[in-house]
Design a protein around this ligand. Sequence first.
Ligand SMILES: Cc1cc2nc3c(=O)[nH]c(=O)nc-3n(C[C@H](O)[C@H](O)[C@H](O)COP(=O)(O)O)c2cc1C
Length: 197
Amino acid sequence: MELDNPIIVAVTGASGVVLGYKTVQALLEKNEDVIFICSSSGRMVWKDEQLPSFGETIEKWDSSGKFKMYSNGDFYSPIASGSYKTKAMIIVPTSMNTVSAISNGITDNLIKRAADVMIKENRELILVPRETPLSALHLNNMAKLANLGVKILPPNPPYYLFPKTIDDINDYMIKKIMVAIGILKQLPDNYVYKDNK
Ligand SMILES: Cc1cc2nc3c(=O)[nH]c(=O)nc-3n(C[C@H](O)[C@H](O)[C@H](O)COP(=O)(O)O)c2cc1C
């Protein structure tokens, strides 16, 4: 099956794997083609944070006909090459390990290699880094990437909207990601800050 100008979604081993899950769901619902990769630590957190079964989820996404998963060691995947056209890449959540590797040009797995390709080809790369507190090392790595045009989108709750559940926060984050990659033109009205005075 050939995908058409797909969006790459990668999940790494940081807390908040549900955001990666919901990003793929949202893109498939928008009829976008998706290439998916999950690191081995990402799989551990997937289980730890009690997401729906990984195998069943991949089967469901596969049945859309618009989805393909590659293993994180598969350098024969087309996304390891800049000659293969992709629309954007989102790493959600992004571990500090992966942030550090990308900012230093280390490409020893497919997620890091694909991110390196996005940077060299001047394509949209979005990182959703999850760590707190952030050390100077983390911040320097992210600043280096931001200066190369990589979008850094930390999963910060929209306190001004008074979210009641974690789902409210997650849904807001997914909308922010959709805006960042241009799938949505702007945030829906109910997510926009309003002057209530
Ligand atoms: C349950 C669990 C939660 C973790 N949460 C984080 C996190 O929030 N942020 C982070 O940078 N690393 C976190 N880690 C550590 C990373 O998974 C670890 O550094 C790993 O090497 C990342 O590999 P990857 O970037 O290939 O996924 C967590 C690990 C586990 C097992």
